[in-house]
Design a protein around this ligand. Structure first.
Ligand SMILES: Nc1ncnc2c1ncn2[C@@H]1O[C@H](COP(=O)(O)OP(=O)(O)O)[C@@H](O)[C@H]1O
Ligand SMILES: [Mg+2]
Length: 349
């Protein structure tokens, strides 16, 4: 463990009765970074947060915070805050008292409390809201109060459990930008849980994709997208079409169409048969090409900034993201050209 490994989960397993919900999970978050757990409902995300916070104890395994084994520490001694989907504010208390509640529990005196509450509200752009009540502010503002209530305590680790799920789309975007900005500015080590890919990409240094209590891949967003490590990831993360192909000395062959893939090595495959994943935006449809590149247009839907096209190529569907100026909607057929960015290789199953 390096001194920069701030939150570390080692071989964590959690079973409820006979059902194993978290299966031998290893996870490291570097000091001051934000990592997202992304996965469908029921895959175990909240359970991981509850284990980190000390609301559950693991069946086996260890949890470290800043080098210290906290596996058996109480909730209070872990110095962690969680921001939930439901804001869980006290309706009978003013905003200032809500934000200052944790400080009061810690015995911080009134004067310092007032100052820190003021600063925390400023951080979330709610300066001067101390005397209002919860029912006098909007849902988005309530979630910012919940964030201020966590930030004011200056926790070692900040946990977020789908914090934006109750907000509408516009607010979700501005709130996630706010969370990311504050997390970076204050350098708080954070673990963020969501089932929303856009959110995961927007807020985090690294994304961990979870499935049935296991980690499927952990990487920065761009790498997850450009280099998924399995068919599961390829299908989970964005759209792609998967073809059988071959790799030979940096050249890929699909349906008889051969093209060089300069970054082929990074996929770690030996020459021979493989699977070739093609992201829709890696395809351009042109008027000319070899016979092997010829495809039939099955459908094309205008989406404003692009066409969503399904072409049939070598007997299989190929999803294409067509640029409006390039694509002729009356075309019956076209030729497939691939750009390297957005083509990935996987081992044959
Ligand atoms: N206290 C519990 N007792 C029994 N099963 C639980 C308990 N908490 C969670 N689970 C089960 O663990 C699995 C993962 O739940 P959870 O961590 O809440 O998933 P997520 O947050 O990804 O939706 C689910 O199948 C859920 O039913
Ligand atoms: Mg959950």
């Amino acid at each position: 463990m390096s001194s920069n490994d701030f939150l570390v989960l080692k071989n964590i397993t959690k079973a409820f009765g006979k059902s194993v919900v978290i299966d031998n999970l290893d996870l490291t978050i570097k000091r001051g970074t934000m990592v997202t757990l992304l996965g469908p409902s029921g895959c175990g995300k909240t359970t991981v947060l509850r284990l980190v916070a000390g609301l559950e104890s693991p069946t086996s395994g260890q949890i470290f915070i800043d080098g210290e084994d906290v596996t058996k520490s109480s909730i209070q001694n872990r110095d962690i805050c969680i921001v939930f989907q439901s804001y869980a504010l006290f309706p009978h208390m003013s905003i200032g008292d809500n934000v200052g509640y944790g400080l009061r529990m810690q015995g911080v005196n009134a004067e310092e409390r007032k100052q820190r509450v003021k600063e925390a509200l400023e951080l979330v752009d709610l300066a001067g809201f101390e005397d209002r009540f919860v029912d006098q502010i909007s849902g988005g503002q309530q979630q910012r109060v919940a964030l201020a209530r966590a930030l004011v305590l200056k926790p070692k680790v900040l946990l977020f459990d789908e914090p934006l799920s109750n907000l509408d789309a516009n607010l979700r975007r501005s709130m996630r930008e706010k969370i990311r900005e504050l997390q970076q500015r204050l350098g708080i080590t954070s673990l963020y849980v969501t089932h929303d890919q856009t959110e995961a990409f927007a807020v985090s240094d690294e994304v961990i994709v979870m499935h049935k209590g296991k980690i499927m891949q952990k990487a920065p967003a761009k790498e997850l997208y450009l280099r998924p490590n399995s068919l599961f990831l390829a299908n989970f993360m964005g759209e792609s079409s998967i073809f059988a192909g071959t790799l030979s000395q940096g050249n890929v062959n699909v349906n008889g169409y051969q093209f060089p893939l300069a970054n082929a090595e990074q996929f770690g495959l030996a020459d021979g048969e493989c699977l070739v994943g093609i992201r829709p935006e890696a395809v351009s449809l042109k008027n000319t090409g070899e016979a092997s590149q010829q495809c039939q247009i099955k459908s094309a839907v205008y989406m404003g900034n692009h066409w969503e096209i399904v072409a049939e190529w070598g007997g299989k569907d190929l999803l294409v993201n067509g640029k409006p100026e390039d694509f002729d909607p009356n075309a019956q057929q076209a030729y497939v050209h691939l750009s390297e960015q957005g083509v990935f290789l996987l081992a044959k199953e």
